[in-house]
Design a protein around this ligand. Structure first.
Ligand code: DGY
Length: 323
């Protein structure tokens, strides 16, 4: 029987499915956030079901003497050295599509909470400061007719755009490639080729792009200075798309009006100046966290592992990351 390592507990249904064709080991929460632990244990396994918090580096992959497949429990796979995996003939798969709607809902939730100051207003009430209805209390930004600029108009960016449009927002976007005309029409979305121009025009700036060399610290001091003072920033992509020190500085000095962040550059660490920043919502990377979605993510990853272990050809392996 092949041996599979799942680095963290995942939904039971997925574990039962994997156990139907393999011997499965499940890591304790947090064990494999370090390269050392993976390097130590990986030689035993044919398949790895990794989390985005696991550094599946060059060293880890080289230590995986029996490793044939790594399936990431996520759509993003910047934690995996895909180039090395390909060199070593180890297949890599991710889990797109199944989390699109959960992430679209979540981004919209963040925007509503941020624009209407839910977090600060709730804290005010809990602190016993609510002494009666206030005509000037917690005035926020109404979304109708405001412009949302989306950086990264893949599946999740489009899901967010759809929801924002239902709230009467204008959609502008920046993406590696311009979308097909019929999709632009459906979303009533305007392509902006220069991301700085997009930042200038956005009342809300949303990051929905993968983390790559090009997007690393894309939101830096220069870009933040171009944003309008009333602008809000939302990030459910990857933390390192933002220079967190520059963002914290912009929030403290009120260069922008607020931020909702689901992801951080050095998770689980959060930049200390973000913790004290005004009008800032900080959440522990939970955009895809619904029962339905997490089960679907697990099943997709498990099916990719099974396909590889059965020796299926590449075109029959779900969501294989190609060379
Ligand atoms: C992913 O799957 O890459 C996301 O970070 C989920 O929130």
């Amino acid at each position: 029987m092949p041996k599979i390592l799942i680095t963290e507990p995942i939904p039971d249904e997925v574990i039962a499915y994997l156990e139907s064709f393999a011997s499965v080991t499940i890591g304790k929460k947090g064990t494999y956030q370090s390269e050392e632990a993976l390097v130590r244990d990986i030689p035993d396994y044919d398949g790895l079901l990794s989390m985005l918090s696991n550094p599946v580096s060059d060293t880890v992959l080289k230590a995986g003497k029996n490793l044939k497949v790594v399936a990431n429990f996520a759509v993003g796979y910047d934690n995996i050295d895909v180039e090395t995996a390909h060199k070593l003939e180890i297949k890599v798969a991710n889990t797109p599509d199944v989390l699109t709607e959960a992430c679209g809902d979540y981004a919209m939730g963040l925007l509503l909470a941020l624009s209407r100051k839910f977090k600060e207003a709730e804290q005010y009430l809990r602190d016993g400061k609510f002494t009666g209805w206030e005509p000037l209390g917690f005035l926020g930004m109404e979304l109708r007719d405001r412009t949302i600029g989306i950086i990264g108009m893949g599946r999740i960016g489009q899901a967010f755009a759809n929801r924002a449009r239902a709230f009467g927002m204008n959609i502008i976007y920046h993406n590696r490639a311009k979308l097909a005309e019929e999709i632009e029409k459906e979303l009533e979305a305007e392509f902006i080729s220069d991301h700085k121009e997009l930042a200038k025009r956005s009342d809300v700036l949303s990051l929905n792009c993968p983390l790559t060399n090009e997007t690393h610290h894309l939101v830096n001091q220069e870009l933040l200075e171009l944003m309008p003072e009333h602008a809000l920033l939302i990030n459910i992509s990857r933390g390192a798309v933002i220079d967190e020190a520059a963002l914290a500085q912009a929030l403290h000095s009120e260069k922008i009006a607020g931020a909702a962040l689901d992801v951080f550059e050095k998770e689980p660490e959060v930049h200390p100046d973000l913790l004290s920043a005004p009008n800032t919502i900080l959440l522990p990377h939970i955009a895809s966290a619904t029962h339905r979605t997490r089960e679907a993510i697990g099943m997709l990853a498990a099916k990719a592992i099974l396909s590889v272990l059965e020796g299926k050809p590449d075109h029959e392996i779900p969501n294989l990351i190609s060379r």
